[in-house]
Design a protein around this ligand. Structure first.
Ligand code: OTU
Length: 652
């Protein structure tokens, strides 16, 4: 069984043994070593998926051949980096990483343009860049690139694979990580496989789920929820060319891949390894809960999804162990943990997952001004395996799903249905007193369920405040944004900003006039970068200056605090004040920071004795953000509206 820690020990020992000997040139030994550690795993996992239906031996051999080919063609500098990361398997947990996600064309037109804009990101302190889908996709509707037509070609509008290779080289020099999407659940209907399936080729029809009539689709529909109930109702689309019904859980141009067919697994594994060999550090595995479909189920989070992910991990451990996986699974807390691996696969599935539950709860707490639900749900999130980590974020290119359980809301004596309705109304700006300018997304009229769209600026009330030219409201909104960012930066994991949030870009309503986008209001929170506005970050007193420098400062301080590394060192510290969210972070050298965040639009207080209970010496406490002692009111610590403290004991 492969174990990262043991493996790093093994390397150390091997290095010692090798001292004085001539080094092997091709590094094949590493491949053999890793293969040896994972060989039983390959058998076990491929057996779990395909064992009962075929002899596993030839399939294992085929997979190993693929792995060897990608290993042979993997560049020497990448192999060196792999080994460096194997020797330090905690590399991702470091507090030095700060991420940003962006669409290349929205940010800088194309990949060449992007290279010229890196200094802007460096200025902010970003050193992990997630570029939104950039592989070849259909003209017109393509779900922002989440409909891939060729896994080896970059969308020509954006550049070429050579540009990617160049960018990764430059990034490596600067210690910047590159993350790319790997859309593994579906292809576009213009992918070569889909084209062949359309034209009647039975081999490729087996790559998808295609049916002659509605019999099986109708059975599936009985238990399958809809992803986009408004824009793409149902889970099957009729393909005129072949006269068949095709499974399309997302849009009708996104054809679900059939992983029951081992050829699909091999093709997709190859596609992922191809990307890894271009120098990509992190793959975001899109829509992973959807990859395995089973009649009579919701076709989400099935056990086999995990088997597939474990297989990908084992294969990557052999070829490209320096590459990390993000599970893009926006699911309930009890489900998300499984994507880090369970049982003997604990920590051997995805390295990173989106902390979508906390994200949704921050928004809930901001709307209600209370942190009870946030605390309750957070306290029940089980500890993740060591060496796995979160992406902590406020906004992404997607909508915000209110992904917490009704039972938790009811447990607080609140009517869950009413509360969800309140949140949707609040963020749509319909609730009295709300200054939010978001919109409901994916309204399901059958279930009453809805999610929320809108930029950070729109949802925190900044867009409205600027529109009203109301200085007081602008201050409130900036306070909200910086407090939320301070939590995300302190929580433990990789903080991920969405491009434009650092200068408070408002919603972009132009999608409404574009017939390829108008049905999908997620486009409102994917604005084009406004470089004129970005320039204003250099002018004191502007909103852009306050936000950009506020965030830049928080990022800088985060990087300097070793207790912010994600060593699973996180503990909630309830303060008896329902408006305050509070948690403790520490390292193993005695450094500790207590985070106190006020979600209420008014001053709040925390008793000093609570800090004593935690064992903090209040005489020595300093706020790492402001570098000053916190404000006291008698024996109470005072927090301004939306203030966040990072309190640590200073040595002086
Ligand atoms: C992902 O999202 C992407 O982030 C979306 O932008 C894509 O449209 C989609 O896949 C299709 O490729 O349902 O509302 O639990 O939340 O996979 C967005 C995971 C989605 C899902 C997620 C999906």
């Amino acid at each position: 069984m492969y174990d990262p820690k043991l493996h790093s020990h093994l390397y150390r020992q091997l290095d010692q043994l090798k001292k004085g000997q001539t080094k092997s040139k091709n590094g094949q030994a590493h491949f053999e070593l890793r293969l040896a550690s994972n060989y039983p795993t390959l058998y076990e996992l491929l057996g779990e998926l395909y064992g009962s239906r075929m002899e596993i031996q030839p399939l294992v051999e085929e997979v190993v051949l693929v792995l060897h080919n990608y290993y042979k063609t993997r560049k020497a500098d990448l192999k060196k980096l792999d080994i460096k990361r194997e020797k330090n398997p905690d590399w991702l947990l470091n507090q030095k990483w700060v991420g940003m996600m962006l669409y290349v064309d929205h940010f800088a037109e194309d990949l060449k343009g992007l290279k010229g804009k890196i200094t802007y990101l460096e200025e902010l302190g970003v050193n992990f860049l997630h570029l939104m889908p950039l592989l070849k996709c259909p003209d017109g509707e393509n779900d922002g690139g989440y409909a891939v037509s060729d896994f080896q070609k970059v969308e020509p509008r954006l550049g070429s694979m050579d540009d990617i290779v160049e960018i990764t080289k430059e990034f490596r020099k600067k210690d910047i990580l590159l993350g790319l999407d790997f859309v593994m659940n579906h292809t576009s209907d213009e992918h070569d496989w889909a084209e062949k399936a359309k034209s009647g080729d039975p081999k490729y029809q087996e790559y998808y789920f295609m049916f002659d009539n509605r019999d099986v689709p109708d059975q599936f529909e009985q238990t399958m929820p809809e992803v986009f109930p408004e824009a793409a109702p149902g889970n099957f689309s009729f393909d005129e060319a072949s006269g068949k019904w095709v499974m399309t859980q997302f849009h009708n141009y996104q054809w679900d891949l059939n992983y029951y067919n081992p050829q699909v697994l091999i093709e997709m594994l190859s596609a992922a390894l191809f990307l890894a060999n271009q120098g990509v550090d992190i793959l975001r595995l899109d829509a992973v809960p959807f990859v395995w479909k089973k009649l009579g189920t919701a076709c989400r989070n099935e056990y086999e999804c995990h088997v597939i992910l474990r297989l990908f991990k084992a294969c990557f451990q052999i070829v490209a162990p320096g590459v990390a996986f993000i599970a893009e699974a926006i699911v309930r807390p009890h489900e998300i943990m499984k994507y880090f691996g369970e049982g003997k696969y604990s920590g051997r599935e995805c390295d990173i997952a989106y902390n979508a539950t906390s994200m949704a709860l921050y928004w809930e707490a901001l709307a209600s001004g209370e942190t009870n639900l946030l605390q309750r749900v957070t306290s029940n999130i089980p500890e993740k395996p060591y060496r796995t980590t979160w992406i902590n974020y406020l906004r992404s290119h997607d909508d915000i799903g209110l992904g917490f359980d009704d039972e938790d809301i009811y447990a607080l004596g609140i009517n869950a249905i009413e509360h969800r309705k309140f949140l949707i109304e609040f963020y749509s700006g319909k609730y009295p007193g709300s200054t939010a300018m978001g919109a409901p997304f994916g309204m399901n009229h059958k279930t009453g369920d809805a999610r929320i769209s809108g930029t950070l600026a729109a949802l925190t009330g900044l867009e409205k405040a600027i529109e009203l030219d109301n200085q007081e409201l602008i201050d409130v909104a900036i306070g909200r944004i910086l407090m939320l960012q301070a939590i995300v930066l302190a929580y433990g994991g990789l903080p991920m900003l969405y491009s434009g949030n650092e200068i408070g870009l408002p919603n972009d309503y132009s999608y409404q006039k574009d017939k390829e986008k108008s049905y999908d209001n997620r486009w409102m929170h994917r604005p084009l970068m406004d470089w004129k506005a970005a320039e204003r970050r250099n002018k004191k007193g502007t909103v852009e200056h306050r936000l950009f420098h506020g965030m830049k400062h928080l990022i800088k301080v985060r990087k300097s605090l070793t207790e912010f590394a994600d060593l699973n060192s996180f503990k909630l510290e309830p303060t008896e004040n329902k408006h305050i969210f509070s948690f403790l972070r520490w390292d193993y050298n005695g450094n500790r920071t207590l985070v106190l965040a006020n979600f209420f639009n008014g001053n709040q207080f925390v008793k000093q004795e609570i800090l004593h209970r935690i064992g903090l010496n209040t005489l020595k406490l300093k706020d790492a953000i402001s570098q000053s002692t916190p404000t006291y009111f008698h024996d109470l610590i005072e927090l301004q509206p939306y203030q966040c403290y990072w309190l640590r004991e200073s040595s002086s």
